[in-house]
Design a protein around this ligand. Sequence first.
Ligand SMILES: [Fe+2]
Length: 287
Amino acid sequence: MPAPEVTLSEPPRTSPASYRAIGVKPLNPTVGAEITGVDLAQPIPQNVAAELRRAFEEHMVIFLRGPAIDHEAHARLAKVFGKPHVAPSTVQWRVEGHPEVTKIHADGDSKYVAGEDWHSDMSCDPEPPMGSVLYLHTLPPLGGDTVFASMYAAYEALSDTMKATIADLRAVHSSAKSFGDKVARDLELPTSSHPMVRTHPVSGRKALFVNRGYTTHIEGLPAQESEAILRFLYEHVANPNFQCRFTWSSHAIAIWDNRCLQHMAIWDYFPQTRSGFRIQIQGDRPV
Ligand SMILES: [Fe+2]
């Protein structure tokens, strides 16, 4: 089925030439940029950190390709964007001595991989992480891309009638939907209610905030209506017009904004290995 035609407003971006300390190469007009010129082996200078934050705000997800980094360098990079978020649902994948670092790993023994379906990380938490910094050191020979979709673009492409319908609705996000069959039975898993449309605290733009990975239902609607609206929105957010797709290389890093993006890890490389580490960054309660 062809993707529906949509007209998107241009995101407010500065010219790549306006960056002095880093190189910024947008992947497409909507979302994503590759960054060059950052030495992660050293402390990150203030002017580089400021431009990394600007590129993150303007492009929603930024990518760096570099040499291997250790947990300390990973944490230094994450700190440019905020404090670490330690999610209750990921306790069994935490790296010893580095509670903020989660191991992300898939190989020939895996029964599932993290983030196979469209989602915004830990939207089940009352204050979901605003961002995630994923570093992959081991890649399959082919495949294992990650796809990112702009929820600004998804929201803007809705009809005025649909925007009005969901404007004041809230949806429930449950960790059990994503992690219920993967973690210890006695682990307490968070459930949170969030507005279906959130306003980004930095850009002030509206973004759609329901996802197939965590959202269970819309509050105050009969189950069938809730399911029908959510099913439509889940199909809507997967429109390729809203996306960029990143092909990883060994030691590449992706830093994305969970407040205005959804992403999906493509598991097309079984039984090959894809492995790395993730640090999430504290966010605030969606409004
Ligand atoms: Fe994820």
